[in-house]
Design a protein around this ligand. Structure first.
Ligand SMILES: *Cc1c(COP(=O)(O)O)cnc(C)c1O
Length: 402
């Protein structure tokens, strides 16, 4: 955040969600007591992290939540809890954040990439073809809040008894058929990293209704000895797993939880505002023949804090110009597949070994633009953003043509 921005008191596209004032009392108390470790508190005096788990699970309508240090950790733990190990094949979308193939690799498993189309959803024909008998788990990323056909994905996974993990890191508040995204699969994972809907600096949480999954996740997140007792789930079979699981220490600390807790009640308002902003900007951009914003699916209610749109009829040079012009003017429009080392681009995931060729996803990534749309933006700022995008795009197209 620049000091210039601070002086102008204006929302910048780089801004994260503000932390409510009400967090301060609790934070001051933690600073005074030094009580930052989640398992110091007595059983009858739940820590901030335990309270966050309880409140988040209640808000989402799930039985169990486990707060950890990132969504990446949550995804990694999810894979382990559903039994993924060395050499197993895990189906993931070819358009996701590098955290997802990384979690698979971290679990000793092999990511199998599924095509994602220019509607930013998983290509269901490719999904069906690749969900063969070798796949041991599926991770679906609701990337930037774009929801794939969860009805079909769930049905196909259930039919083959393949566990479904939802990476809803950047999709908190999205609904699919009125059901909260992240509660459809066996486990759902969310991020509280600063540039998500709830800003905890860093942090993540996993949700499940499965008592065995939560038991295993709690141990492996670092509940050594009998610290599981502080999760207050008498029906969960923790004893069954005592001393049988490795402890990875991926815990959240109380300060993060204190920053996150007062934001839970703000999620609905943020989602409504984000959607209103998104629809306002999307409609104006769609009026340009040079831009296409992927249409919503009738079954989803999105929770956007960023905007993705496709450039229509641009060649590579013109597409690069969009990035150059917008960057020169101080508000870079990033184009996933045109930006050297973008972490959301599958051909940059060299750590997975043999990166397959995926022509559908590649074509999408070469024209899909990405811009933040923080939910606190005013109408005026949205109008400026629209004008900015249209200017950059129009100019990029003309400069080359002349
Ligand atoms: C942000 C994000 C992650 C990683 O979240 P962290 O909390 O930073 O680990 C994973 N997947 C998606 C889709 C994301 O947007």
């Amino acid at each position: 955040m620049s000091s210039k921005h601070k002086q102008s008191n204006k929302r910048s596209v780089y801004d994260a969600e503000p932390i409510p004032q009400s967090a301060r009392g609790v934070i001051d108390g933690l600073l005074e007591s030094g009580d930052l470790f989640r398992y110091t508190a007595a059983k009858d005096n739940p820590s901030q992290v335990t309270l966050l788990e309880k409140e988040f699970a209640a808000y989402m309508g799930s039985k169990y939540a486990l707060a950890v240090n990132s969504a990446s950790s949550a995804i990694y733990l999810s894979l382990l809890t559903v039994g993924i190990g060395t050499g197993d094949q895990v189906l993931i979308p070819a358009w996701t954040f590098a955290a997802v193939p990384s979690a698979v690799v971290n679990a000793g498993a092999l990511p199998i990439l599924v095509e994602v189309g220019d509607d930013l959803r998983i290509d269901m024909a490719d999904f069906e073809a690749k969900l063969n008998g070798n796949i041991k788990a599926v991770v679906i990323s609701h990337m930037r809040g774009h929801t794939s056909d969860m009805d079909m994905i769930k049905a196909l996974c259930d039919a083959q008894d393949v566990p479904l993990i939802e990476d809803a890191a950047h999709s908190l508040g999205t609904l699919w058929n009125n059901r909260k995204i992240g509660t459809i699969g066996a486990v759902g994972c969310f991020s509280f990293q600063s540039y998500k809907m709830v800003n905890g600096g860093e942090g993540g949480i996993l949700l499940t209704d499965d008592a065995d999954i939560i038991a295993k996740a709690v141990f492996m997140s670092g509940a050594y000895e009998h610290n599981w007792a502080k999760h207050c789930h008498p029906e969960v079979p923790f004893e069954k797993y005592q001393n049988l699981l490795p402890l990875f220490n991926l815990r959240m600390n109380n300060l993060s939880a204190a920053v996150i807790r007062p934001q839970i009640e703000l999620i609905d308002t943020r989602v409504a505002k984000g959607l209103e902003n998104y629809e306002y900007v999307a409609e104006k951009l769609n009026a340009s023949p040079l831009i296409s914003v992927p249409p919503a699916d009738a079954r989803e209610r999105r929770a956007p804090d960023s905007l993705q749109f496709n450039l229509v009829g641009f060649d590579d040079a013109q597409t690069r110009r969009v990035m150059e012009i917008s960057t020169a003017r101080g508000n870079p429009i990033s184009i996933f597949g045109m930006q050297g080392d973008n972490a959301r681009v599958f051909w940059n995931w060299k750590f997975i070994g043999n990166v397959p060729e995926l022509p559908i996803t590649r074509a999408m990534l070469k024209r899909a633009c990405d811009i933040r749309l923080p939910v606190g933006m005013s109408r005026n700022e949205l109008d400026e953003t629209v004008a900015f995008i249209l200017d950059c795009v129009t100019e990029a197209r003309m400069l080359i043509a002349s």
